[in-house]
Ligand binder design. Structure first.
Ligand code: ADP
Ligand code: ZN
Length: 757
């Protein structure tokens, strides 16, 4: 039936292009083509890959080109994922092509390969560059790929040179279609054999039972519903997920579970492997392109019952999806900060809605937005207030760093160079607790949300601070790497003693990072095995995982780390947690700074006392009177939530309003500034002219972004704010039309922004 009426296909290519393109379906391919399959299409002088989004019997267009080849024998995207992609495109103000480029793993979007050959004969050239390009092509009989040529002749001019050479007949350009990939290859991941103990069946606590039965009920009746599982750290949330997933499996359906950072959670994967042996698909960023596409097809063919992965796994092509879980739903890593800036948690909820299956969001410290959604009746709140076996929540103590440093000064003016000396950022109280804990053969966790050795270098004489040449931030001293590094663009330069400004050897280190603390603790707690886990540790594949395993096995006494140590580990031997500079994240220019601090500290505190011995947490801060610490000390999420919500209401910040950030960046500061001001003026005009906008939308800015330059591009920001998202999306679309893409200034639209820097 379809094959007779299908003559044309609407195709989307991974690009900002707004409209899909229409192509003729070759007669012989009408049986084979379907919505969601990938095709090769001619586009101008190139051939590109696209995805069929619609099949047509007729078209009013004349001049129609034909599809070159169909790449899949079955759709790579099913209709529900396509609907989800459409929703994302509208909500996050991106073209469907950009969204598909985000949804599909990159290995599934091969580019055609262009090879350039020189023709034989004598040619004359109007430009020097043309001649040089031609000469180097002539030297290679097998031609050169376009990428090689671009590398040899950097700059935009090469493309024009190729066009001139081609039209004069001096060169030929061949396009080739990459060969089909083998997709059925089974991929097995190296995972440690699971601990047989973890297969043991617990009797659920009554709170777990109540939460599970609400979910189970929904599962057996079918349909969409979002649950917020608010359970204190160590309360057995994961166990609830696992049981719900088992029920899904029994009904012949499949589950998807998202976690913030997969390499940090080998334990969860073990637990999944025990419950669903041989039926777990793991998606993580360390997978190679080939592995990723093999996984994709494996999942699409229904070869696994469970998929676990980070943010982008929300697009895993599971057929018969019956349940979606988002663990640690408050985690900022669910928000994509480049390209299509989607929030994986929110997309998960929409996917559940489109699929008609329940969604569970879990956290000990839910995002204010999520909790508020429960109050408004959009999500159903399930609570677990007690830890397993009624284990107590850790005892929390606060150390006032101001008093500590005053004390130190009067003490002796100690330096931290000699053996056995302490460190100015590790209070006496914490040192004592660390030594005692080590002597009792218990494990300790030290949290400092700043990696490197020192924060930056500053000249004692002239005050000069060493900064990144591409970003408006300071460079961080990394002793182990032997360099000064930019944490934004990874620019590195060698460590120097002398000030680049005044040439005196008067640079001093300012601020403390995890590397320094690791070193100091090795000295302070004699004999202890100290290790560090932060983004610098990860480097090679599996390194983090090994470190976490030895931490779990009790082979490390003290683990120092950044916020990545706060996530999800369940290690029974940990009884002491120290947060060194707890107010670090309080001072960011971001309306979520307090919420974020509360979540981080609660999370890291929750790593302690999960075994038989109770936990103890020492929080060091310069701002002990800040309200965040009062609620933290009493483990009072609701109290914190209510007060914080009042502040948000007073300032009309989310969840009492919605935000869209419009960021303009470009290589020249004057150009960026003038474009931002022009855009703002246009938007204000529209705003004044239309009462709908005037009544609803507030325009803030434009102003330079807090990080005014990033990776060589200057940045200006406009923030638009309204009660309802729909007006904002209309407005963002207007901005998008007003500022077309150019190399001088680019517009980045961020709906529900998370990162305000
Ligand atoms: P959360 O995800 O809330 O931090 P977990 O699900 O990881 O907590 O549970 C913490 C620990 O308690 C795990 O080691 C888990 O195996 C164990 N556990 C969970 N539920 C029970 C139960 N009902 N009885 C005994 N132990 C349990
Ligand atoms: Zn930089």
């Amino acid at each position: 039936m379809i094959s007779e009426t299908t003559k044309f296909a609407r195709v989307v290519i991974p690009s900002p292009l707004k409209q899909p393109l229409t192509y003729a379906v070759p007669r012989g391919a009408r049986q084979q083509i379907s919505v969601g399959t990938r095709v090769w299409i001619p586009l101008g002088r190139r051939k590109v890959i696209g995805v069929v989004i619609e099949l047509l019997g007729t078209t009013s267009l004349t001049e129609i080109k034909e599809i070159e080849a169909i790449l899949d024998e079955r759709p790579i995207l099913d209709s529900k994922l396509l609907r989800l992609a459409r929703w994302i495109s509208q909500y996050y103000v991106a073209s469907l092509g950009e969204v598909l480029a985000t949804v599909l793993p990159s290995s599934l979007r091969p580019q055609s390969k262009r090879t350039v050959f020189a023709r034989a004969g004598a040619f004359s050239f109007s430009q020097m560059l043309d001649e040089r390009v031609f000469e180097s092509l002539r030297g290679s009989s097998r031609g050169m790929s376009c990428e090689t040529l671009m590398r040899k002749f950097p700059g935009d001019e090469i493309n024009r040179a190729l066009r001139r050479l081609e039209s004069s007949g001096a060169i030929e350009i061949h396009e080739s279609i990459p060969s089909r990939r083998s997709r059925s290859k089974e991929v097995t991941l190296a995972i440690d054999p699971a601990d047989p103990d973890s297969a043991a069946r617990f009797v659920l606590t009554s709170e777990q039972e109540i939460a599970l039965s609400a979910i189970a009920n929904r599962l057996s009746h079918g349909g969409f519903e979002t649950f917020l599982l608010h359970g204190v750290t160590g309360s057995g949330k994961t166990e609830v997920y696992l049981r719900a997933m088992e029920q899904v499996r029994e009904s012949g359906r499949r589950s998807l579970i998202l976690i913030p950072e997969i390499s940090l959670t080998p334990q969860l994967i073990d637990r999944l492997n025990v419950r669903f042996p041989g039926r777990v698909g793991v998606l993580h960023s360390a997978l190679s392109g080939a592995e990723r596409s093999a996984h994709w097809w494996n999942i699409a063919r229904g070869n696994v019952d469970v998929v676990v992965g980070a943010r982008s796994a929300v697009f895993a092509p599971l057929p018969d999806l019956g349940l979606i879980i988002v663990d640690e739903e408050h985690d900022p890593s669910y928000k994509q900060e480049e390209g299509v800036r989607y929030n994986g948690r929110d997309v998960a909820v929409v996917r559940g809605k489109l699929t008609g299956c329940p969604v569970i969001l879990g956290s000990a410290t839910p995002a204010l937005e999520s909790y508020e959604n429960c109050l408004r009746g959009r999500y159903r709140l399930l609570e677990i207030t007690k830890r397993i076996y009624q284990r107590p929540l850790p005892q929390m103590d606060i150390v006032d760093l101001r008093a500590e440093s005053a004390h130190r000064k009067s003490d002796s003016g100690a330096s931290h160079t000699g053996k056995g000396d302490d460190h100015p950022l590790v209070s006496k109280r914490l040192v004592k607790a660390l030594i005692e804990n080590y002597q009792r053969a218990r494990q300790s966790l030290i949290f400092l949300n700043r990696r490197g050795f020192s924060n930056f270098l500053q000249c004692n004489l002239c005050g000069h601070v060493i900064r990144c040449s591409h970003c408006s931030v300071t460079l961080t001293l990394h002793l182990q790497r032997g360099s000064l590094c930019c944490h934004h663009c990874d620019y590195r330069r060698p460590i120097t003693d002398s000030c680049p400004e005044c040439r005196n050897a008067t640079l001093r280190e300012v601020g403390v990072g995890t590397e320094q603390i690791e070193q100091s603790l090795q000295r302070i707690v004699t004999g202890a095995r100290v290790a560090r886990l932060d983004r610098d540790t990860s480097g090679k594949r599996g390194v983090q995982e090994k470190l976490i395993r030895s931490w779990e096995n009790g082979e490390i006494d003290i683990l120092v780390g950044t916020q990545i140590i706060t996530k999800g580990h369940d290690v029974g031997g940990v009884t002491l947690v120290g947060a060194l500079l707890a107010d670090l994240s309080l001072n960011l220019p971001d309306f979520r700074a307090t919420e974020r601090t509360f979540q981080l500290l609660n999370q890291v505190a929750g790593r302690s006392g999960r075994g038989d011995d109770p936990g103890h947490v020492i929080v060091q801060t310069y701002a002990p009177d800040h309200y965040v610490f009062q609620y933290l000390l009493s483990h009072d999420y609701k109290g914190f939530f209510e007060l914080e919500l009042e502040f948000r209401r007073a300032l009309s910040y989310p969840p009492f309003s919605r935000l869209v950030s419009l960021c303009i960046d470009g290589p020249k500061v004057a150009e960026v500034e003038s474009q931002a001001k022009k855009l703002a003026a246009h938007l204000r005009e529209r705003h004044a002219a239309n009462s709908k906008y005037r009544d609803q939308i507030e325009i803030l800015g434009p102003a330079p972004a807090p990080i005014a330059k990033l990776r060589g591009r200057y940045r200006w920001q406009l923030l638009i704010k309204a009660k309802q998202i729909s007006a904002l999306l209309e407005f963002a679309n207007i901005a998008r039309e007003l500022l077309p893409r150019s190399s001088k200034a680019r517009l980045h639209i961020d709906v529900d922004p998370f990162n305000m820097l």
